[in-house]
Design a protein around this ligand. Structure first.
Ligand code: AGP
Length: 610
């Protein structure tokens, strides 16, 4: 949700900032801007525009900025004020000397704005961000860092800030509460950024700024303080991410590349976590005895991660007998959840920065629960705030629609469920061993399905004109139906509903006619016959059925004009396989409709506001 990059050093700032913004474009892309302090006469120069970063690049070609080695820039996901040039960041104070970029929401901006207007400040934008520049101006006498520290003490909400001023042609200030911000350490140059890929080309030495920290950054010195001005010694991490991981590598879209990465992600996960038939989750930081004493589990997550959590509920209950509830993070926090010291809370999040999930975790912690996160981004806020961390190591996911992060979350939840099942001795050991064996085969089966992607693409194209889609599944594939629908609506903008198939006749059947397609997830299972009945009911009403079934199923084609087969596997493992055709259906429909697959409208990858 908004991307920030800032530079101070000896090189030209503008190309570095634009390059970094492109790597952060997944965070928001409705407008962007760059602000620099000129090298020759220390003047502020701003360039802002609506739309994607390409527009900013074009603007800089027609209106280049003078030489500069200090600057900040921003790609926006609008919260306050429409996406236009005026509301784009950076924002300036009345003097035009202080520039601000911001990620997050200033919740008390209205009262601060009223106060500042009374003091004579004039505002030009509708944003919450602009008040920060004016507030710093209000405190500024002769020390920008001090003024920034004084100003941010008045801010409520979440923020990551970058600040520069023409009075300080070699100083970059960074501050954070709630929204991610890193400092990249280079040689005679330093950076700030919302995420690692933005600065990976220049440095691998990173400081993850913590909540309540402020940094003073020049080209050869970085000092980190708490908001009371006390100097703190930051930890410097070495990032091992490969640059290729953030490139498309010949694929038409990041989403397609990430779909293809799934077999490898799972292969590596199972290789490193499954030693023989034993699951190794060292970073869980919970002894077997503690896991044995858990009386209930609550999973909190949002969006796709929530669907992974729902699959996790079916798995954990089936294998360990421990009751599991799954909550949308934003609901959990406000419903006074029953959580105690015997509750294990599992937070699932790709980014580890989702504000709702972080808030849910803090609420659960307050009530005494142990927190384990299933998370992809190393060093994220969620990872830092959890007692145990289960990193999925799926690599950077750039496509806004989550694909490999989902299968990696599923993979990790299978491992955790197997571990809990082993400890709780709820089902026979041979059942567990069968599942472990099946799990090890999944990456290979993924590769099998990918071989039939042209068939899936054709089915997708044939149905891309449909006005509405239903996705139906039962039991452990009910969450798969929800995920299929979410994927399609996110990137193709076709209204799509996911339902437990048994619910069809309780309402959604009213939607069905010849202009609707219904994706029926019907692998071999105890509810297979029931799925067939659903298909008959849909066809009786002229709906177009696209079935996802098990290879070798001889009868399914009598009930569905379009069938996508997935290899045979254990019933509990089917969510891992059926999601691949669901992702590909969404992808190829979006492509056929000419949609922006990697950067769908109105969305952002990392939702850092509640
Ligand atoms: C997935 O395709 C979505 N873009 C979205 O639902 C996402 O899964 C959700 O915002 C949660 O994000 P997180 O996993 O980073 O917490």
């Amino acid at each position: 949700m908004c991307g920030i990059i800032g530079y101070v050093g000896q090189k030209q700032a503008a190309p570095i900032l634009i390059d970094g913004l492109k790597k952060l474009e997944y965070r928001g892309y409705d407008s962007s801007g760059i602000g620099i302090i000129t090298l020759s006469d220390h003047k502020v120069v701003l360039r802002k525009t609506n739309g994607k970063i390409q527009n900013l690049e074009d603007l800089l070609k027609s209106h280049p900025v003078p030489e500069s080695s200090l600057g900040i820039s921003h790609t926006r996901w609008a919260t306050h004020g429409v996406p236009n040039r005026i509301n784009a960041h950076p924002h300036a104070d009345c003097t035009g000397k202080i520039l601000i970029v911001h990620n997050g929401i200033i919740e008390n901006y209205e009262e601060l704005k009223v106060m500042l207007i009374k003091k004579g400040h004039k505002f030009v934008s509708e944003t919450d961000t602009e008040i920060v520049a004016h507030l710093i101006e209000e405190y500024y006498k002769d020390d920008l860092l001090k003024a920034t520290r004084q100003a941010i003490k008045h801010l409520k909400g979440a923020f990551a800030l970058g600040v520069i001023s023409s009075d300080y042609p070699d100083l970059l200030i960074a501050a954070r509460i709630g929204s991610p911000l890193i400092i990249g350490l280079g040689k005679n140059e330093n950076f700030i950024a919302s995420d690692v890929p933005a600065i990976l080309e220049y440095t691998r030495k990173i400081i993850y700024l913590k909540d309540g920290q402020l940094a003073s950054i020049t080209k050869d010195k970085v000092q980190v303080f708490n908001f009371d001005g006390k100097l703190v010694v930051p930890k410097v991490d070495q990032v091992t991410l490969k640059i290729d991981a953030v490139k498309k590598q010949g694929f038409a879209h990041f989403m397609l590349k990430e779909i293809h990465e799934q077999p490898d992600v799972l292969r590596q996960m199972f290789h490193s976590r499954l030693k023989g038939n034993h699951v190794h989750l060292e970073d869980l930081k919970l002894a077997d005895k503690e896991l044995k004493n858990i009386s209930r589990i609550t999973i909190v997550a949002c969006g796709t991660a929530y669907h992974a959590g729902m699959v996790g509920k079916y798995l954990i209950e089936a294998l360990s007998g421990v009751p599991v509830t799954v909550d949308v993070s934003s609901e959990f926090r406000y419903r006074n959840p029953i959580v105690d010291r015997k509750t294990l809370v599992i937070a699932v999040s790709q980014s580890g920065e989702t504000a709702d999930t972080l808030a849910a975790v803090r609420e659960a912690k307050r009530k005494g629960a142990k927190i384990v996160c299933v998370c992809n981004v190393i060093g994220s806020s969620l990872a830092r705030e959890s007692d145990g961390i289960l990193y999925t190591h799926a690599g950077p996911e750039i496509g806004v629609a989550s694909t490999k992060a989902y299968t990696a979350q599923l993979g990790m939840l299978y491992l955790l469920a197997i571990k809990l099942g082993t400890i709780h001795k709820f089902i026979a050991r041979k059942e567990i061993l069968k599942l472990v064996k099946g799990l090890k085969h999944v990456p290979m089966l993924f590769t099998e399905i990918l071989k039939s992607k042209e068939n899936i693409a054709q089915i997708a194209r044939d149905n891309s004109h449909m006005g509405c889609f239903l996705f139906l599944g039962r039991n452990i594939n009910y969450p798969s139906a929800l995920e299929g629908a979410l994927k399609l609506k996110e990137i193709s903008y076709i209204p799509a509903e996911g339902y437990a198939a048994g619910e069809m006749k309780h309402g959604p059947i009213a939607l069905i006619d010849e202009y609707r397609a219904v994706v029926c997830i019907a692998p071999e299972s105890d509810t297979y016959d029931k799925m067939i009945s659903n298909m008959q009911e849909i066809r009786a009403r002229k709906g177009k059925v696209i079935a996802i079934a098990t290879a070798g199923d001889k009868t399914i084609s009598h009930h569905a004009p379009h069938v996508i087969y997935v290899p045979k596997t254990d019933k509990l493992l089917t969510p891992l396989l059926v999601v691949l055709p669901l992702q590909l259906i969404a992808y190829y429909i979006a492509v056929a409709r000419g949609c922006d697959v990697d950067q769908p409208r109105n969305l952002a990858k990392s939702v850092t506001v509640e």
